[in-house]
Design a protein around this ligand. Structure first.
Ligand code: SAM
Ligand code: GLN
Length: 286
C-alpha cells in the first residue's frame, strides 16, 4: 500500500464502519483498537492526528476492524479487559468481566474474610481481585471449564497471587469437599434460554454459552448454591451471589427459605439489585 494515511483518517473511517455494524460505542472502540495496535494511550491519538501509519500496521488495523464489525467483543480482540482496576487476560474461553461484578468484589472485601471460595471463576477476575486486595486471605476458585481455568491460572500468575489461590476444576462445590470458608462468592450463569435472542450479538454469538445460560430455570445455580453452600461455610459465614435484572427478590427468598440470616440486596451503579448476600447460622446455636 503506497497511499499514506493518518491516525485521524483511520479513526474517522473506523468509527463509520463500526457505527454501520451497529456497535454501541463506535468511536471509543475505534480509538481503543488503534491505540492498542500502535502501543500508545488514547490521548496520544488526539495529540498526533496527522501522524502517518505504516503499511504493516494498516493491514492489521483492517483485520481487527473487521473482527469488531462482526461484533466480536473488543476484549477478545485485544486479549484483555480491565476489572477492579486490574488488567486481566481474556480469551473466548471466558466471560468478559463486567463492571457490575465489581459490586460483588466490594461486598466480599467489606467482610474482610480470611478464606474465600469463588464458584465459576472464569477469567479468575473475582478471586484474583479479592486476593490482591486482601493480602492475608486464602482464596479457592473453581470452574467446570478447564479451558477457563487455564486463563484464570495465567491471571493469578500475572497478579502475583498464584501462591494464595487454589484453582480447582469441577462442578460447583464438588471440588471443595471437606473444606469450609468465611465467604462463598459466585457470579453463576443466570440467563434463561428464552432470553437468548434479546442479548447483544457480542454476548449471544461470542461468549461461552455455558458461562451464561441455565436452561429453563434462570435460578438453577442460585438454587443449588443456596441449598448446598452451608456444608462449606463456617458458622457465621456468608453466601454472596450476583443476580440478573429482576432476580434479586427471588434469590433473597431462596436464601431466607434455606435458613440464611441478614439477607440483603446490594445495588449496582445503575440502581439494579445485583448482589444478594446472607449469613449462615446453624439454627441450634441461634
Ligand atoms: N466469575 C467470572 C466473572 O464474574 O466474570 C465468570 C462468571 S460466568 C457468568 C459463570 C462461570 O461459571 C463460567 O466461567 C462457567 O464456566 C462456570 N460454570 C458453569 N457451570 C458450572 C458448574 N456446573 N460448575 C462450576 N462452574 C460452572
Ligand atoms: N451479566 C451477563 C450479561 O450481560 C450475564 C452474566 C451471568 O449470566 N452471570 O448477560
Amino acid at each position: 500500500m503506497d497511499t499514506a494515511t493518518t491516525i485521524h483518517h483511520l479513526i474517522t473511517q473506523g468509527t463509520q464502519s463500526l457505527q454501520r455494524a451497529g456497535v454501541d460505542t463506535p468511536r471509543l472502540d475505534a480509538e481503543l483498537l488503534l491505540a492498542d495496535l500502535l502501543g500508545v494511550g488514547r490521548a496520544y491519538l488526539y495529540a498526533h492526528p496527522e501522524e502517518e501509519v505504516e503499511a504493516g500496521i494498516l493491514q492489521e488495523w483492517q483485520h481487527r476492524l473487521k473482527r469488531r464489525m462482526r461484533r466480536e467483543p473488543l476484549a477478545y480482540i485485544l486479549g484483555k479487559a480491565e476489572f477492579y482496576g486490574l488488567e486481566f487476560t481474556v480469551t473466548p474461553d471466558v466471560l468478559v468481566p463486567r463492571p457490575e461484578t465489581e459490586v460483588l468484589v466490594e461486598a466480599v472485601l467489606a467482610k474482610q474474610p480470611a478464606t474465600v471460595a469463588d464458584i465459576g471463576t472464569g477469567s479468575g477476575c473475582i478471586a484474583i481481585a479479592i486476593a490482591v486486595n486482601l493480602p492475608q486471605a486464602r482464596v479457592w476458585a473453581t470452574d467446570i471449564s478447564e479451558a477457563a481455568l487455564r486463563v484464570a491460572r495465567e491471571n493469578a500468575g500475572r497478579h502475583g497471587v498464584a501462591n494464595r489461590i487454589h484453582i480447582l476444576q469441577g462442578d460447583l462445590l464438588q471440588p471443595l469437599a471437606g473444606l469450609r470458608f468465611d465467604v462463598i462468592a459466585s457470579n453463576p450463569p443466570y440467563v434463561a434460554e428464552s432470553e437468548r435472542l434479546s442479548l447483544q450479538p457480542e454476548v449471544r454469538e461470542w461468549e461461552p454459552p455455558h458461562a451464561l445460560f441455565t436452561g429453563n430455570d434462570p435460578l438453577h445455580f442460585h438454587r443449588h448454591l443456596a441449598a448446598e453452600a452451608h456444608f462449606h461455610l463456617y458458622e457465621g459465614g456468608w453466601l454472596m451471589m450476583e443476580v440478573g435484572l429482576g432476580q434479586a427478590e427471588a434469590v433473597a427468598t431462596l436464601l431466607e427459605e434455606a435458613g440464611y440470616r441478614q439477607v440483603r440486596v446490594l445495588n449496582d451503579l445503575a440502581g439494579i439489585g445485583r448482589v444478594v448476600e446472607g449469613r449462615y447460622k446453624n439454627t441450634s446455636s441461634v
